[in-house]
Design a protein around this ligand. Structure first.
Ligand SMILES: *[C@@H]1O[C@H](CO)[C@@H](O)[C@H](O)[C@H]1NC(C)=O
Ligand SMILES: *[C@@H]1O[C@H](CO)[C@@H](O)[C@H](O)[C@H]1NC(C)=O
Ligand SMILES: *[C@@H]1O[C@H](CO)[C@@H](O)[C@H](O)[C@H]1NC(C)=O
Ligand SMILES: *[C@@H]1O[C@H](CO)[C@@H](O)[C@H](O)[C@H]1NC(C)=O
Length: 513
C-alpha cells in the first residue's frame, strides 16, 4: 500500500515537474561552471544543459559576459566570481564601484540574471599563494558589498569568499577545529563581516584531495557508505570526512565568536574521473551519488542535524586548459565530458531519480583522427614529437592508473598524443604531420576507456536568443533556437496558467492517492 502511494505520488510529481520544469527537491543543488577549456561549449548550450537537468544554481569564476548573457531570463540563481588577480584593484572603493557598475548592474533588470552572490576571490588563502592575497581579500570583500549596497542591491546580493578547506586547522575531532593560526584574526574579521551582513560563509571541501595527499587516509571515510574508521567526537560519531570537514568549520566559527549558526555554503565538492589512480568513473559516481543522497536527505551533519545543505558540485564540464600544477586530475572534474556527454549515470535528485540528460545541439569537427604511423617519417623524432604534442595539448589520460594506461602500448601513446594535438588545433593543415610520423584516419582508434576524441567545432555564431528577445524566428534552425522559443512561450506571462495547472494536478494526484 505504502509503496504504491509513494509511486503514485512520485509519478504525479514527475508529471508536474515535467510540465513546469521544476527541480525535484534539490533546492540546495548547484554546479560550478568554469570555462578554462580550449573548446568551451557555447553558453546557450550549457544553460540548456542546466535547465534540462533541473539544476537551479550555478557558480561562476568570473563575470564573463557571454556566460551571463546566456543566463538572462533563465531563472537560474547565479554566484558571479571575481578572480584573485582583480583583488588588488578592488581594495580601492571607487574601482569596486566600477566593477559592480560594469559587471552586476547591467544584469539587474526584471528580465535579467538572478544574481544572488558575488564570490570575492577564489581560495585566496591557499598556502601555495605565499600570502599574496592576505591583505587584499578583506578590503575587497568590504568594498564590493558596499558597492552592491550603494547600487541598491545589497539586500538581494551578498558578497562572500570561497575558502579552501585548509583555512581550518583540524586537531582530530571536528569540535576542536580552529582557524589556521597564521590567519586566525583575518578569518574572524571576515566571519564577523559576513555575519553582520547576512552573507554566507563559503567553503570548498575535497575528500579526494585528502585521499590524494595522504596515502594512509582510510578510503571508506572519503565516501558515504559507512566507515571502518569512524571518528568519535564526544557524543557525536563521524562516518565520513565531508560531515567532519563541514562540522570543523562550524566549530571553528563558533570558537572565533558568535558565528556558530552562520549560514554555510559548500562552494565546491566533487570527484575527478581521470588523471590519478583514485580518479575514475567508479569512484566519482560513488562519491557524487553518495554525497547527493546524503545531503538531499536533509539529515544534515552531526553538529547541524536536520538541515539542508547548499552546495555547488565541482564541476559541470571538464576543462582541458586548467593548470595541472595540483595534479593531472585537475582537467577531469566534470560530471560531463568536454562536449556535454555524461560520464556515468548520476541522479542529481538523490537515489533513483532521473539520470543526467546530456547536452544537445553540439557540433563536432569531421570524423577524422590523427595517429602515429610506425612505417613512415623520421622515427628518431618520435620522442620529441610526442613531447611537443603533449606540451601543446592534453595528455593527462595517459599516466599510471588513468583511462588510457592499460589500453595503449608505446605506439598507442604516440597516437593518442598526436590526436590530442590534431583536435586541439581543429584538425588544421599541418597539425598531423609530426616529421612525417602522423597520418589521418577515419576509423575511431578509441580502445576501452581510452577515448580518442573529436573536438567540438568552434561555437557556431549562435545569437543570444534569451536576451535579444527577437530571436524567435532567427534561431529556428538550431536545437537551442527551438529551446529559446519554448522558453519564451512558457517563461514570463504563463506563470498564472502554470499555477492553475499545478493546482489541478495536485487535486488529481490527491484523488489518485
Ligand atoms: C567567456 O566564455 C566563453 C564561452 O564559454 C569563452 O569562449 C570566452 O573565451 C570567455 N571569455 C573570457 C574573457 O574568458
Ligand atoms: C611561493 O613560493 C614558492 C617558494 O618560494 C615559489 O616557488 C612559488 O612560485 C611562490 N608562489 C607564488 C604564487 O608566489
Ligand atoms: C600585509 O600588511 C601588513 C601590515 O600592514 C604587512 O606587515 C605585511 O607585510 C603585508 N603582507 C603582505 C603579503 O603584503
Ligand atoms: C604511455 O605514456 C604514459 C605517460 O607518459 C606512461 O606512463 C606509460 O608507461 C606509456 N606506456 C607505454 C607502453 O609506453
Amino acid at each position: 500500500m505504502e509503496t504504491q502511494t509513494c509511486l503514485q505520488l512520485s509519478l504525479c510529481t514527475t508529471i508536474l515537474c515535467f510540465l513546469v520544469q521544476c527541480p525535484l527537491q534539490s533546492e540546495g543543488l548547484g554546479v560550478n561552471w568554469g570555462v578554462q577549456a580550449s573548446h568551451p561549449l557555447s553558453p546557450s548550450i550549457v544553460v540548456q544543459l542546466l535547465k534540462s537537468n533541473g539544476i537551479p544554481k550555478v557558480k561562476l569564476f568570473d563575470s564573463n559576459s557571454s556566460v551571463l548573457d546566456a543566463l538572462v531570463n533563465s531563472g537560474i540563481e547565479v554566484m558571479v566570481g571575481i578572480p584573485n588577480d582583480l583583488l588588488s584593484g578592488l581594495t580601492n572603493p571607487s574601482k569596486a564601484n566600477t566593477w559592480v557598475r560594469n559587471n552586476i548592474v547591467p544584469y539587474m533588470s526584471s528580465n535579467g540574471v538572478n544574481i544572488k552572490y558575488v564570490a570575492v576571490g577564489n581560495e585566496p588563502f591557499l598556502t601555495s599563494y605565499n600570502g599574496s592575497f592576505l591583505n587584499l581579500t578583506y578590503p575587497a570583500l568590504v568594498n564590493i558589498q558596499s558597492a552592491l549596497n550603494a547600487a541598491g542591491y545589497g539586500g538581494k546580493i551578498k558578497a562572500t569568499v570561497p575558502m579552501n578547506a585548509d583555512v581550518i586547522q583540524g586537531n582530530g575531532a571536528p569540535s576542536l577545529a580552529v582557524f589556521r593560526p597564521d590567519i586566525s584574526s583575518l578569518m574572524t574579521e571576515i566571519a564577523q563581516f559576513l555575519n553582520q551582513n547576512g552573507a554566507p560563509y563559503t567553503i570548498n571541501i575535497y575528500p579526494f584531495i585528502s585521499l590524494h595527499d595522504d596515502p594512509n587516509f582510510p578510503i571508506d571515510y572519503a565516501f558515504f557508505d559507512g566507515s571502518q574508521h569512524p571518528v568519535q567526537d564526544g557524543t557525536l560519531v563521524y562516518q565520513n570526512v565531508f560531515d567532519a570537514s563541514f562540522d570543523s568549520l562550524v566549530a571553528a566559527l563558533a570558537a572565533a565568536g558568535p558565528y556558530g549558526n552562520m549560514k554555510i555554503i559548500v562552494g565546491e565538492i566533487g570527484w575527478p574521473t581521470d588523471g590519478d589512480i583514485n580518479a575514475n568513473v567508479e569512484y566519482a559516481k560513488k562519491f557524487n551519488q553518495g554525497f547527493l543522497n546524503h545531503v538531499l536527505s536533509n539529515l544534515g551533519t552531526p553538529r547541524r542535524p536536520n538541515q539542508a545543505v547548499e552546495f555547488y558540485l565541482f564541476s559541470l564540464i571538464d576543462e582541458d586548459m586548467k593548470s595541472i600544477q595540483p595534479g593531472n586530475f585537475e582537467r577531469h572534474w566534470g560530471i560531463f565530458e568536454y562536449d556535454g556527454k555524461s560520464k556515468y549515470s548520476l541522479s542529481l535528485t538523490g537515489a533513483n531519480g532521473q539520470v543526467l540528460v546530456q547536452a544537445s545541439g553540439v557540433k563536432y569537427l569531421t570524423n577524422e583522427w590523427c595517429i602515429y604511423n610506425p612505417s613512415s617519417g623520421d622515427q628518431s623524432k618520435l620522442g620529441d614529437s610526442i613531447t611537443y604534442a603533449c606540451e601543446n595539448s592534453d595528455c593527462t589520460s595517459l599516466g599510471y592508473g588513468c583511462s588510457c594506461n592499460e589500453y595503449l602500448d608505446a605506439a598507442g601513446n604516440a597516437s593518442y598524443a598526436f590526436n590530442q594535438y590534431f583536435q586541439r588545433f581543429n584538425q588544421g593543415p599541418g597539425t598531423c604531420d609530426f616529421n612525417g610520423l602522423g597520418h589521418v584516419v577515419t576509423k575511431d582508434p578509441s580502445k576501452g576507456s581510452c577515448d580518442f576524441i573529436i573536438q567540438i567545432a568552434e561555437p557556431a555564431v549562435i545569437s543570444n536568443q534569451y536576451s535579444s528577445g527577437s530571436g524567435g524566428g532567427g534561431g529556428g534552425g538550431s536545437g537551442s533556437g527551438v529551446v529559446g522559443g519554448y522558453r519564451m512561450l512558457w517563461g514570463s506571462s504563463a506563470s498564472l496558467m502554470l499555477a492553475t495547472l499545478s493546482m489541478l494536478l495536485h487535486l488529481f494526484c490527491f484523488i489518485l492517492t
